[in-house]
Design a binder for this molecule. Sequence first.
Ligand code: GDP
Ligand code: IMO
Ligand code: MG
Length: 426
Amino acid sequence: MPAVIVLGAQWGDEGKGKATDQLGQNTDYVVKFNGGNNAGHTVVIDGEKYALHLLPAGILSEGVTPIIGNGVVVDIEVMFQEIDEMASRGVDCSRLKVSSNAHIIPSYNRLMDQANERARGKNQIGTTGRGIGPTYADKMNRIGIRIQDLFDPEGLAEKVEAALAPKNEIFAAVGMETLNPEVVTEELLAYADRIRPMMCDVSLEVNEALDRGDTVLFEGGQATMLDIDHGTYPFVTSSNPTAGGALTGAGVGPTRIDRVIGVAKAYTTRVGEGPFPTELDDEVGEALRIKGGEFGVTTGRARRTGWFDAVVVRYATRINGLTDICLTKLDVLSGYPLIPVCVAYEIDGVRAEEMPLDQAGFAKAVPVYEELPGWDEDISGCRTFEELPANAQAYIARLEELSKCRIQSIGVGPGREATIVRYPLI
Ligand code: GDP
Ligand code: IMO
Ligand code: MG
């Protein structure tokens, strides 16, 4: 029985929530392995929309055990708000488990995120402002606060004081209000009793589940091009949303993984700052944004839009060892006579098939387009590959060739049922 990683192959918002939910109906566990409430994963069931930030998409499927892995950064207040909201909509959240090793986003790191962005001025990253970067920085700096610290009030008070002191100096220097460590400690301790029964050893739980032959799905937040190591640094998030991150973020070894699915849109979007070679900064891009409903689930920001970039997805295939691509939003491309696809870049007049060596090169990359014939039909009702118009089938075939990976499923609408599964995995 498989262990399956689901991750973003582009710059995020590819439809990982829908893909996880769709696959997750037949799984036993869904484990989030990175990021935090910077993510916004949408699932649509029977026309009802659920926006998930911290909670794994598996929470919407009966019988699935959803787990927040050690690689996630947890804003506890937000997590409980989300649990309460889901519970009020009839979703059973009682099975949710959280790693005792996961780091907490204390309120001061939300403020640090804002202070950092302000200090960057015109070079700002356009973060979600959720405190993600400062919390991962504290983790690496070994001054982070973990879920398990909530059960040692004295130790917690010392840790908060040590972590907050240098930040208060920065807040004071930039004219922001400083925080009282005792108040922050009390705020965190207020959640201890509620979180205690949810604590778990994720690595043990997941490995034992795999030993039993259970199916485990690892759900990534963000995406390959936002990876701290492999993305468009510094315009990235502060975690590893790539396949390696799934292993460290849940405590499993590479030999246990059966499939790695990269979720990719049939075109490309990006939120926040940073290079984006196929971006359509014109009325064509605006029309695509409206047609695709490309507005952020977390911040409501308009997403930047562009054509499919096969260099990016080929790169995602390599970085993650993708076995499959889950292609989403093909329905949005109906109605274009010709659909440009970026097959390579031109950098300083030289053709590049692969991601350039440095970001200076990537920033100058000019897409080399191949124009593929489009289709007019509404494909949202198609449920088999054969039902798709011939040109849509040819588009898929060309994307597979360029991405060096098979396209396992095709999304033709936001609903759980609006998926063409070509190769069942679970
Ligand atoms: P995630 O962050 O990767 O989970 O993606 P988001 O939820 O942020 O954004 C994806 C958006 O596309 C959501 O509004 C989904 O409901 C929607 N969506 C996902 N797959 C499809 C699809 O195949 N067709 C259409 N039209 N919408 C889709
Ligand atoms: P999902 O899981 C798209 C982007 C932000 C910003 C950069 C850093 O829904 O695909 P951060 O707050 O993480 O420090 O911001 O990363 N970003 C996302 N873009 N989808 C996401 O999540 C994102 N999470 C972060 O816009 O450019
Ligand atoms: Mg999203």
